[in-house]
Write a protein that binds this ligand. Structure first.
Ligand SMILES: [Zn+2]
Length: 365
């Protein structure tokens, strides 16, 4: 097997082409100054489906692995996808009737520019709303935190942000703070966790392509790879389903009981958010046919991660590229979503590959 650390400096297209994956590119942003940004999708299917000709036979089961919904998180998500492609290249076979769809960078702008948000400063995982009227408002508490989270100035080196954030955590408690900050807001366009004013280009592509990825498969398991929340190098699987939903037992059985966290009321990693990809996909296809996990890999302490998000957001809106403050903000953000630690990188590859293998071996029921 390839050295896991090599997977972080990837050539995704070559790796996908090597195993005969069907590759499609969906334009997200055409810009004369830059190469066009695309969401790239690789589809790999078991021998019998593929030999029937692309698109002519329908898989019974589909596993979707997506990464880079939060652009900068695409670095580690891409490494996991490459790890799996390299396993396939060394001779692994898919069970009959199965297709695997790898969505490489849902937010290619954020991936290319080392941002969590997209070209419109939108957090895509808050952008999957059904009604145009839903793009409004903010959770209780966000407006009060706006001056702390989103100062209208470039990042400064020494600031008491950490102390202030800790003070808020003590005063409000972590669950309330997480919901206020990260639940999704539609009122502060330059703020963190902004959900947008309408569907973003990536959201439109995912909504348009999903029927093609799912086709008539009777069961779909979707793993959406994320990082930045939770204990260092630890993976938690955040569910859309609430703790009392019968499907929770299936997730525990499939992925192991330890890391599974049902939605709402969870004390650990999860928080309620609006406009999520998983919520939208399940409501569109049906939750019993479409199993969805947000695989969240922890990195650094939450106040550090929030501080890095805040500094990068200020640098993006108010700073100047090619300054030390700008570069420092980008480097810190990258460290918070794809730490340089070889220990972290090896651990996330091992766990990520295990998740994909478990999804492939499972049958959603
Ligand atoms: Zn994320």
């Amino acid at each position: 097997m390839t050295n896991p650390l090599d997977l972080f400096s990837p050539d995704y297209h070559a790796a996908a082409a090597r195993i005969g994956a069907h590759l499609t590119r969906h334009a997200i942003q055409e810009n004369t100054e830059e190469p066009p940004l695309t969401m790239d999708v690789a589809t790999i299917c078991s021998a019998r489906i593929c030999s029937a000709g692309a698109g002519s036979a329908t898989p019974r089961q589909t596993v979707i692995v997506s990464s880079g919904v939060h652009g900068v998180e695409g670095f580690f998500g891409s490494a996991i996808q490459l790890g799996w492609l390299s396993r396939m290249a060394s001779g692994a076979a898919l069970p009959d009737g199965l297709a695997v769809v790898l969505v490489h960078a849902v937010n290619p702008f954020g991936f290319a520019h080392v941002r969590r948000a997209n070209e419109d400063n939108v957090d895509l995982n808050r952008n999957f709303l059904e009604s145009p009227h839903a793009y409004a408002g903010a959770p209780d508490g966000y407006a009060a935190l706006d001056p702390l989270l989103n100062p209208a100035s470039p990042p400064a080196r020494l600031e008491p942000f950490r102390l202030k954030a800790l003070w808020y955590i003590r005063r409000l408690g972590m669950p309330a703070l997480k919901s206020a900050v990260a639940g999704g807001q539609y009122q502060f366009p330059r703020g963190l966790f902004f959900g947008g004013t309408a569907e973003s280009a990536s959201t439109r592509v995912v909504k348009r392509q999903l029927p093609d990825w799912v086709r008539d498969a009777s069961s779909v398991i979707h793993i959406d790879l994320h990082s930045g929340l939770g204990a260092f190098a630890r993976c938690r699987l955040l569910l859309q389903e609430q703790a009392d939903a019968p499907a929770v037992a299936w997730y525990r059985q499939t992925f192991g009981a330890d890391g599974v966290e049902p939605a709402a009321g969870s004390r650990d990693t999860a928080y309620d958010a609006s406009g999520t990809l998983g919520g939208w996909a399940q409501s569109r296809v049906g939750a019993s046919r479409y199993r969805f996990v947000t695989a969240e890999f922890g990195t650094h302490p939450i106040v550090r991660v929030l501080g890095a998000l805040r500094a990068e957001n200020r640098a993006h809106h108010f700073g100047h590229p090619r300054t030390r403050a700008f570069d420092r903000a980008k480097a810190q953000l990258l460290e918070c979503f794809c730490p340089r630690s070889p220990l972290w990188r090896k651990a996330v590859i091992t766990q990520g590959l295990s998740l994909i293998e478990r999804a492939i071996a499972a049958r959603a029921r």
